[in-house]
Design a protein around this ligand. Sequence first.
Ligand code: DQA
Length: 142
Amino acid sequence: MAHIAVIHGPNLDLLGTREPSLYGTTTLEQIDERIRTEASPHEVKTFQSNGEGAIIDFLREVSGWADGIIINAGAYTHTSYAIRDALSAAAIPAVEVHLTNVHAREEFRRLSVIAPACLGQIAGFGWHSYVLGLEALLEHIG
Ligand code: DQA
């Protein structure tokens, strides 16, 4: 049985009401529930924080436990060398996911500074991006 850590970054706690035309109406709680169902019988720990440091602390906390990571770092995707370094330091296979197609939006969203520390990126499929990310991660972990 694999251990999967799912990390949601800033403002993703607002899903359901945050810019629904972009992000949909599914709440974070519903997404976490869906991931748990899809991942069964594998074990899942989910975490959301609006703080960069808290995300880094969580990565350290699960680094002895997790076999794989799914991360939607929100806007930190585009700015946080600290989260990228923490992912590299954890040395656990990670998949970057986004609800929206970050490549079809504002210019600043096209750059992911965490991408080099991840296996790959899935973007643009709404909450389904998480499920696709999980599938890719489990396939990789084997
Ligand atoms: C996001 C895309 C980011 O650019 C944005 O800052 C988010 C959400 C997404 O899931 O589409 O907060 O990561």
